[in-house]
Write a protein that binds this ligand. Structure first.
Ligand code: ATP
Ligand code: MG
Length: 208
């Protein structure tokens, strides 16, 4: 490549970057509304809960108050919980709630599951009404709704009426249209491949 070719290439790159910057700047200038948002991570690909937990660390990193609720049955160990609930409470404000640990996937008892989900929802709906909470995570909420453990209208109302500055993150496979409708940001994780299909076991510290 001659010096003149290199110069032209550099010039083209600079022009393209300038154009891109103008587009981004115009977008930034238009985004003037300051408020919390509703985020939905759904789909059957990996990454929904980890994306939610990544955002929890962001919020905590700025000293914001965070409430996490997990609609999963049974005692559930996960690395994020081990780390985040161990942070010094004087510095980081995090509350972590789960469905009762007496209930496991082995017990196929609808009423018991529903009672456990409702007990968790009571704590989370209080967080969704609390102005001091900056971020609420409703992990695997889609199951609690799809199994009809929770009243769909009550959940929608609580999410829609939450404080203006509060962000809520919902995760779980199979989100229905009504959840997509109330969310501001919806990301569908698509499973192009998953190691599990090759017979690779879920790994500690990676999958949970
Ligand atoms: P992660 O917790 O890793 O972010 P996720 O929240 O997107 O995953 P879930 O649908 O909640 O995934 O599934 C829970 C578990 O199943 C996790 O251990 C996850 O890694 C694993 N998993 C996610 N997607 C798939 C898939 N397509 N096939 C098999 N296992 C999966
Ligand atoms: Mg998950």
């Amino acid at each position: 490549m001659t010096d003149s070719d290199t110069g032209k290439k550099a010039e083209r790159h600079k022009r393209r970057m300038q154009q891109r910057k103008e587009i981004v700047d115009a977008g930034v200038a238009k985004a003037l509304e300051e408020r919390g948002i509703a985020i939905l991570y759904t789909g059957d690909g990996k990454g929904k809960t980890t994306a939610a937990m990544g955002t929890v660390t962001r919020a905590l990193g700025y000293g914001y108050r965070v409430v996490v609720g997990q609609f999963i049955k049974g005692a559930w160990e996960c690395g994020e919980k081990n780390l985040l609930t161990g942070l010094p409470a004087e510095q980081f404000s995090l509350q972590w709630f789960e469905m009762g640990t007496d209930f496991t996937w082995e017990t196929q008892d609808f009423e018991a599951d529903k009672a456990a989900a409702l007990a968790l929802w009571e704590k989370l709906s209080a967080a969704l009404a609390d102005e001091s909470v900056y971020l609420v995570v409703l992990d695997e909420l889609t199951y609690a709704l799809n199994y009809k453990w929770l009243d769909r209208d009550a959940v929608i109302t609580a999410i829609e009426n939450r404080p203006r500055e509060q962000t809520v993150i919902i995760t779980g496979r199979g989100a229905k249209q009504y959840l997509k409708g109330i969310a501001d940001t919806v990301t569908e994780m698509r499973a192009e491949k998953h190691a599990f299909e090759k017979g690779v076991a879920a790994r500690k510290g990676i999958e949970w």
